[in-house]
Write a protein that binds this ligand. Structure first.
Ligand SMILES: C[C@](O)(CO)[C@H](O)COP(=O)(O)OP(=O)(O)OC[C@H]1O[C@@H](n2ccc(N)nc2=O)[C@H](O)[C@@H]1O
Ligand SMILES: Nc1ncnc2c1ncn2[C@@H]1O[C@H](COP(=O)(O)OP(=O)(O)OP(=O)(O)O)[C@@H](O)[C@H]1O
Length: 280
């Protein structure tokens, strides 16, 4: 049996780092949204035991080190099912780019393979398995705009967000999320209770809420990210922000057509990756 699934990218509309935990992880408060830039994942379930992964055209770990393979293995172990799983990833989401591509692949395998096996795991079990694979994975299992707290795995739905489009610009720089968190200087310290509630109804609310504590690290290392933010604003974006630990920057636009036209200008001038997208 073979099936194909779409794994979307995400952006962080805000990312507040509240503190460092004894585990080395950080306590966060984030608003997260998926967008319609997708990896395509084909999953084949067969009799040849083992989990195999193939990623056409990109330099990613094949086999057991790929987070998609780890997701499949974890689900098979939880369900106590012994079958062969072949995963083929057509990678469109830039890697190590702040767009959660690996996490989304993992969540898509958890959801897709679970469905193909007749749903041996509950959604609660998939969320928990996801959290063991990576902090962003449960958000993709959750599958809707979310307010994420704790290490990013405590999720509640966000009410309806304003209808906008985004333009994603990636300067072809890969960023290690672990290095960014390690280099972060915690200046403000914070309590979740003291954070203003993320209440975004209008485009102006969204513009005001855009904030990312990790910019202080990545922008210092890669000034081109600040340049992209400036240029997005000059191109008519209502706001611009780095996503996650970078290096992708998104601009907020009134509608898809405006974002696409601004994207054409970037694509003509620079060797950057340019994606006009809709929120999901
Ligand atoms: C930057 C974000 O993508 C924003 O959504 C996430 O916070 C990171 O999510 P992720 O890449 O799925 O995170 P993981 O794969 O679990 O961890 C990558 C690295 O990020 C750091 N990390 C991650 C999450 C968190 N709350 N605190 C951390 O310090 C850890 O050092 C870890 O070594
Ligand atoms: N299926 C996969 N897709 C992408 N990266 C993978 C995958 N499997 C393993 N990796 C490894 O995970 C690392 C992070 O990749 P990913 O694209 O998820 O980062 P990211 O977009 O910056 O994530 P985040 O926004 O969660 O920080 C890369 O160094 C890559 O080698």
């Amino acid at each position: 049996m073979q099936k194909t699934f779409k794994a979307p990218a995400k952006i962080n509309l805000c990312l507040h780092v509240l503190g460092r935990l004894p585990s080395g992880y950080h306590e966060l408060a984030m608003a997260m949204q998926r967008v319609d830039l997708y990896d395509t994942i084909s999953i084949r379930v067969g009799n040849e035991l083992g989990v195999r992964v193939e990623c056409a055209g990109v330099d990613l770990p094949a086999g057991g080190e790929n987070i998609a393979a780890r997701a499949a293995r974890a689900l098979l172990d939880l369900a106590g099912i012994d079958v062969g799983v072949d995963i083929c990833i057509d990678k469109k989401i830039p890697v190590a780019a702040g767009l959660g591509g690996g996490s989304s692949d993992a969540a898509t395998v958890l959801l897709g393979l679970n469905e193909m096996l007749g749903c041996p795991a509950s959604v609660a079990q998939l969320l928990a398995l996801g959290g063991e694979l990576g902090a962003d994975v449960p958000f993709f299992v959750f599958g809707q705009p979310a307010w994420a707290t704790g290490v990013g795995t405590t999720l509640e739905p966000l009410p309806v967000l304003p209808a906008v489009a985004y333009l994603l610009i990636n300067p072809r720089i890969t960023v290690s999320t672990a290095d960014v968190y390690r280099s972060l200087r915690l200046t403000k310290g914070g309590e979740l209770a003291n954070l203003p509630r993320f209440s975004v109804v209008t485009k102006i609310d969204l513009q005001k809420a855009l904030y990312n504590d990790l910019e202080s690290v990545t922008l210092q290392q890669y000034p081109v990210i600040a340049e992209i933010k400036q240029r997005l604003l000059a191109a008519g974006a209502l706001g611009a922000l780095m996503s996650g630990s970078g290096s992708t920057v998104f601009g907020v636009f009134d509608d898809f057509e405006t974002a696409r036209r601004a994207g054409d200008v970037f694509a003509a001038q620079d060797d950057w990756l340019v994606f006009p997208v809709h929120p999901l």
